[in-house]
Design a protein around this ligand. Structure first.
Ligand code: MLT
Length: 310
């Protein structure tokens, strides 16, 4: 069978596909036209977050059996269009949970203690000791929006810093929240109002797109927003303004509405918005894990077996 890989995916899983007898072609950073040509004979397409798998791409690949998303979020795949065409969509929901949770914690520390700002100033030759004032975590409240796999790991880790934990997650039971030591709140406004730090861990869907707007940010007064989930969850101009106007102390952002980010993105111009280029899941082991997990599912689909994360 033909497997076309259209984003950078670790070789561990691709080697497994080859061992299973499949042809694997990698077409990374291709122009759209080249991409559509490349998938013409594909039985599987493997993507990360860069490739948009829409109806046009699906139509260009009439032999397609499965789209493998080497990662968690499937917002770059039109799942409905795939399903209409009988194409399975599978992801790798567990493989990069730890990496993403750890990066979220790193971003929380970095924004609370202004580590990138101090680093930049010192590298520029300026000793900023008396300009930089950070915040501690102990005794503060962490608000988690979306208490799924990653949200739970973040709550566990930051909870160890003697933080109180609240969460907004309409899909989680009160009992499970209690087990996790988290107070479940009824709406996202309450979560933002009660928290000093809010961390987003919800997928991007029609319901959650731009869910964090100017009004919600005002509820987090003197707090910090951390987004290592999806860019489209946040009104970026409103966040930039809220930090610039000192309504928020700071924000840490790994994901953006448009990626790669354009130089005129408003978040890039605000000192106390710290940024990374969508690298929360970019550890050696997470990359290997997602690659192997998605390869196994592609092989299962080719062999007519159950695709566990479809
Ligand atoms: C994911 O959805 O798994 C992460 O955003 C990482 C990625 O694949 O880019």
């Amino acid at each position: 069978m033909n497997v076309v890989v259209t984003d950078a995916v670790d070789d561990a899983g691709l080697a497994r596909l080859r061992q299973a007898g499949h042809d694997v072609e990698t077409v990374v950073d291709a122009e759209r036209g080249e991409l559509l040509e490349a998938v013409a004979g594909a039985h599987a397409v493997i993507v990360r977050s860069e490739t948009t798998v829409d109806a046009e791409l699906l139509d260009a690949a009439p032999e397609l059996v499965i789209v493998g998303r080497a990662g968690v979020g499937v917002d770059n795949v039109d799942v409905e269009a795939a399903t209409d065409r009988g194409v399975v969509v599978a992801n790798a929901p567990e493989s990069n949970v730890r990496a993403t949770a750890e990066h979220t914690v790193a971003m929380a520390f970095a924004t609370a203690r202004k580590i990138p700002q101090g680093h930049m100033q010192l590298k520029d030759g300026y000793w900023a000791k008396s300009d930089i004032l950070g915040s501690e975590f102990n005794g503060k409240t962490l608000g988690v929006v979306g208490l799924g796999r990653i949200g739970q790991e973040v709550a566990k880790r930051l909870g160890n810093l003697e933080m109180d934990l609240v969460a907004y997650d309409p899909y989680l039971s009160e009992e499970r929240a209690r087990q996790l030591g988290v107070e479940l709140v009824a709406d996202i406004e309450t979560c933002f109002r009660q928290a000093d730090f809010v961390s987003l861990h919800t997928p991007k869907t029609a319901e959650t797109e731009q869910i964090v707007d100017e009004d919600l940010l005002a509820e987090l007064e003197d707090g910090y927003l951390i987004n290592c989930a999806r860019g489209g969850l946040v009104d970026e101009a409103a966040l930039a303004e809220a930090v610039e106007d000192e309504i928020l102390y700071g924000a840490a952002v790994d994901v953006f509405e448009e990626e790669p980010v354009e130089p005129d993105n408003p978040l890039l111009g605000v000192d106390d918005v710290i940024v990374t280029p969508h690298i929360a899941a970019s550890t050696e082991s997470a990359k290997q894990n997602v690659s192997i997990s998605i390869a196994e599912q592609v092989i299962a689909a080719f062999e007519g077996n159950v695709v566990s994360n479809a």
